[in-house]
Design a protein around this ligand. Structure first.
Ligand code: AMP
Ligand code: GLY
Length: 422
């Protein structure tokens, strides 16, 4: 079978890399891919999604995996399914769980899913009244997609009100901010939990932890994620059971009841407060860089899981995960997250250890050379029996990479290492 992976980041690279070993796959296309995915398969470009769908029909593509949220929110999975193409990724209606925070919060309330107390509104006065009822800090969110930037943790009531004002008048996030969610601040630790879903049944992957801040010790500006690891020892089995029973199950049941069965990966952003999980946000896709550390943890059965979701028949799927840990360290360009770099030559020494590899994101290929071009350039990934071993291998792999202006965090997985080494 031939498959298509939609997207161009290290997330999509890592899915391709993991599926490359699958003997049932004859070829992988990346739409549009990046300068390194062309080594794993073939990059394809189309003027629009209609041309892509025609291509998928003509080539009898066996499975399309949609990586990023934007094409999901825009309904790419719907068009593919309408044309009989097996697709891993939710419909536009189901993707509203990520596309609209107001929809997600109302959904959580309707189905009794634990989440921070909130209102969603387009009215400044209503927002102000609610803000004054909350303790500080206050959380203000733009309703729509803002490339991960639409959340303000306001330290004063004045800041919260100003954030609401600038969202509602379109100044800070354009159309995406014309509705806001105001909610109470939850104080705990964060966890990313991924459930591969077929509309009814689901498989929970090992809990992961991202590092969103640019600098060591979780300082500096927010980014798309500077590194991740899984499984996180911060989550025990009873916590995962609570996440399954109180968050994932009622979500799948609710989505089905509403006529929008969820097919694809449900990314639950969780805040754990006093051992209780609260839903912070849903994403309707794999996290990036979380995906880069989850894919290597599949010992076998990844393709069956993806197909099982797409065919809405996960029940009989068998798969096996590795026992150990996986750590990924992002190498970003000099001015990330403020500016992308144009073109810097990447030099990579050969990797000798099979327990580490590089997943590529913002790279272009010219001749035989790879160039950094973008914000997050690549992720060095290491696997090991302990978090320490996996971390050492990831940093070892990173040592083999060089480009002008490369920056990375030196403390990825620090919370897990502290626990492990206690
Ligand atoms: P979101 O995009 O909704 O996950 O928000 C981005 C980040 O803001 C989260 O990963 C949290 O670190 C933080 N955040 C969002 N909502 C809350 C909340 N209610 N309480 C505390 N932190 C929050
Ligand atoms: N790593 C966070 C995200 O993909 O949204």
């Amino acid at each position: 079978m031939e498959i298509v992976i939609v997207g161009s980041g290290a997330r999509e690279y890592s899915i391709g890399l993991a599926l490359q070993q699958e003997c049932r796959i004859d070829g992988i296309y990346f739409y549009p891919g990046n300068g390194a995915t062309s080594k794993l398969g073939k990059n394809i470009q189309f003027a629009n999604d209609k041309e892509f769908v025609d291509f998928a029909i003509k080539e009898s593509i066996g499975l399309v995996i949609i990586g990023p949220e934007a094409p999901l929110v825009d309904g790419l999975a719907d068009v593919l399914r309408e044309n009989g193409i097996l697709t891993f990724g939710p419909s536009a209606k189901a993707a509203r769980l990520e596309g609209s925070k107001a929809y997600m919060k109302d959904f959580a309330k309707r189905y009794d899913i634990p989440t921070a107390r909130f209102i969603q509104t387009q009215d400044y006065e209503e927002a102000t009244k609610f803000i004054e009822d909350l303790n500080l800090p206050v959380v203000v969110k733009a309703d729509g997609l803002c490339a991960g930037k639409g959340v303000i943790i306001a330290q004063s009531y004045e800041e919260a009100k100003l954030s609401v004002k600038e969202m509602l008048n379109g100044k800070s996030f354009g159309e995406a901010g014309k509705k806001v969610v105001v909610e109470e601040f939850l104080d705990g630790f964060e966890l990313s939990v991924f459930a591969m879903c077929d509309g009814k049944d689901f498989i929970v992957l090992p809990p992961a932890q991202d590092h969103k801040r640019l600098l060591k010790g979780d300082e500096g500006p927010n980014t798309g994620g500077m590194g991740a690891y899984a499984p996180s020892p911060l989550a025990n089995e009873s916590l995962i059971e609570k996440i399954k029973n109180n968050i994932i199950k009622p979500t799948l049941e609710g989505m089905e009841k509403d006529g929008n069965p969820f097919i694809g990966v449900l990314f639950c952003g969780i805040m754990v407060v006093k051992d209780e999980p609260y839903l912070l946000e849903f994403n309707v896709r794999f996290g990036d860089p979380e995906c880069e550390v989850l894919m290597p943890l599949f010992k076998r059965g990844l393709l069956d899981c993806l197909l099982g979701c797409a065919k809405q028949d996960l029940k009989n799927v068998s798969y096996e995960l590795e026992e150990g840990y996986c750590v990924g360290v992002v190498a970003a360009s000099k001015d990330y997250p403020y500016k992308s770099c144009k073109k810097e030559l990447i030099s990579i020494k050969n990797q000798s250890n099979e327990d580490c590899h590089i997943s590529y994101a913002g790279v272009i290929k010219e001749g035989m050379e790879l160039y950094a071009s973008g914000g997050r350039i690549l992720v060095a990934v290491g696997k090991g029996k302990s978090v320490r071993e996996a971390t050492n291998r990831a940093y070892e792999a990173l040592k083999s990479v060089e480009f002008n202006g490369m920056q990375f965090r030196e403390d990825i997985a620090y919370q897990a290492l502290k626990l492990e080494e206690q």
